[in-house]
Ligand binder design. Structure first.
Ligand SMILES: [Mg+2]
Length: 228
């Protein structure tokens, strides 16, 4: 069995800034912060880490557990409409064809290794009509930002769940778009297929130790790498 753990943002889809819009609204409403996402590094970071960065940058402190929970709740509520109205939302080239091909394989299990909070992850997948391949009610091997703020840790959890579902000998790999995906997969002991559709070039991803790099999931190399 082979288990493929997909990152979401920059790998399967681009939200066109829907998450920024939601966070801006929430921090303006709750804390009177004008532009909460200014100077915040998002690429490859988990939702809880992004939240910490915003709070430290604009409030000069961390959020309490209760506050963080409140922001997460608001975020999940706000994100749906922000995704719906996002003009820049797009499923990345090659993704649907690849998932269709993989979805028919009996020897392939699809999963997630994403920094998104679980409900945010599935809201984004639904918006792109990709949710049918990542059914959260079924046996989905996944690690989310809601499991751990540390990407290596959530990737380890996803790998552990993948082995629980597909067996101890399952061949597992991560597919992601940032150096953080590459580092987290190395920490979890699995290879990474890195795709340069986010903010990192193939050269950067390769230098970081990605087992394979491709310009996009539309690349003919993807089928060869995944043994399709
Ligand atoms: Mg990403």
């Amino acid at each position: 069995m082979r288990v493929l753990l997909f990152d979401i943002d920059g790998t399967l889809l681009l939200t066109g800034g829907a998450g920024f819009v939601a966070l801006r609204r929430i921090f303006a409403d709750l804390y009177g912060v004008e532009d909460a996402v200014r100077d915040i590094e998002f690429h490859g970071r988990t939702d809880p880490l992004i939240l910490d960065s915003i709070a430290e940058r604009h409030l000069g402190r961390r959020l309490s557990t209760d506050e963080a929970r409140r922001v997460e709740e608001r975020y999940v509520t706000e994100l749906g409409p922000c995704l719906d109205s996002s003009e820049g939302f797009q499923v990345l080239p090659g993704v649907v064809g690849l998932l269709e091909a993989l979805g028919t394989r009996e020897d392939v299990v699809l999963g997630l290794a994403t920094g998104n909070w679980e409900r945010a992850a599935h809201a984004k997948l639904r918006r792109g009509s990709l949710d049918r391949w990542f059914d959260s009610n079924g046996a989905l091997p996944a690690g989310y930002g809601s499991d751990a703020a540390d990407r290596a840790e959530l990737t380890r959890l996803a790998v552990q769940r993948a082995r629980g579902i597909a067996g101890p000998d399952a061949e597992i790999l991560v597919i992601g778009d940032t150096i953080h995906d590459v580092r987290a997969s190395a920490a979890a002991g699995v290879p990474c297929l890195a795709v340069a559709t986010g903010n990192a070039t193939e050269a950067v991803l390769e230098a970081e130790g990605a087992a394979w790099t491709v310009p996009s999931l539309e690349s003919p190399d993807v089928a060869r790498i995944l043994g399709l």
